[in-house]
Write a protein that binds this ligand. Structure first.
Ligand SMILES: [Zn+2]
Length: 258
């Protein structure tokens, strides 16, 4: 009698186990290769297993060497190749600007989205400077050298062939009221703060964070934003003040090679 009851109890437990949504550990499916930024709504009837973890970010998705690549890393040790590289899909944006607001088409689309979102929040952004050709970088860099000397110029202006502005994916942003334009205090303006909080979700990364001169070779530039795509920008934003050099395990580039 007791054995019969015990058997019934066992069968009952087994049956109960069959209808619960908690399979044994060995049957829990492996986490899917889902991006940490994916926002797909979970299906109520099949919640993800409690052991699911975010997939490791694939740092090899795009080249960091090719000038055309969304993730190309340009710094004082990584000159563009070819050095007079010109992006294929440059486009002029119809937005408030100080100098003609030209960017690569994908970056331009992302800037427009961000510009409109900012405006909805009462934040009025102006493009101070977008794409600059090799020859215009020659003029910009030489102008800095003439006014503040070569050493100081190298801390805030790239030598031609080493500028992120030449890839058409970087933009210097200012406030419509012109407060703190191209100055560190821009980071404390409503426009600068809005960008810090919101730019990553539009694909923009703060390329020269505060306190990272020994890695980037540049002073803190809260106005200089680099388009890397939403996936990477959001991933980067998880680590405050991280640089592309640190993220991709590249050597620090405080100075040009001799
Ligand atoms: Zn810049």
């Amino acid at each position: 009698m007791f054995r019969t009851l015990a058997l019934i109890a066992t069968v009952s437990v087994l049956l109960t186990g069959c209808v619960t949504s908690s399979p044994p550990q060995s049957e829990i499916p492996a986490p899917t290769q889902q991006s940490p930024t994916a926002t797909a709504a979970p299906v109520p009837s099949t919640p993800p297993p409690p052991t699911a973890v975010a997939a490791v970010f694939d740092t090899t998705l795009y080249s960091i060497d090719e000038a055309d690549s969304l993730w190309v890393v340009v710094d004082k040790l990584r000159r563009l190749s070819p050095k007079k590289y010109v992006p294929k899909s440059l486009t002029t944006m119809n937005v408030p600007h100080a100098y003609t607001p030209i960017l690569r088409r994908d970056a331009a689309k992302a800037y427009l989205k961000m510009f409109r979102a900012a405006r909805r929040d009462g934040i009025n952004l102006v493009v101070q400077s977008g794409y600059r050709s090799y020859s215009s970088q020659v003029s910009v860099y030489n102008g800095w050298v003439a006014s503040i000397g070569r050493n100081a110029a190298d801390l805030q202006s790239a030598r031609p062939g080493h500028s992120e502005h030449q890839i058409g994916l970087s933009v210097d942003i200012a406030a419509a009221n012109r407060v703190c334009t191209i100055q560190a205090c821009f980071g404390r303006t409503p426009e600068g703060k809005w960008l810090m909080h919101n730019a990553p979700r539009f694909g923009w990364h703060l390329r020269y964070p505060k306190g990272k001169t020994s890695i980037t070779g540049y002073i803190y530039e809260p106005w200089h934003w680099r388009y890397v795509g939403v996936e990477l920008a959001v991933e980067l934003s998880l680590t405050p003040k991280i640089t592309l050099e640190e993220f991709f395990g590249l050597p620090a580039a405080p100075n040009y090679a001799k």
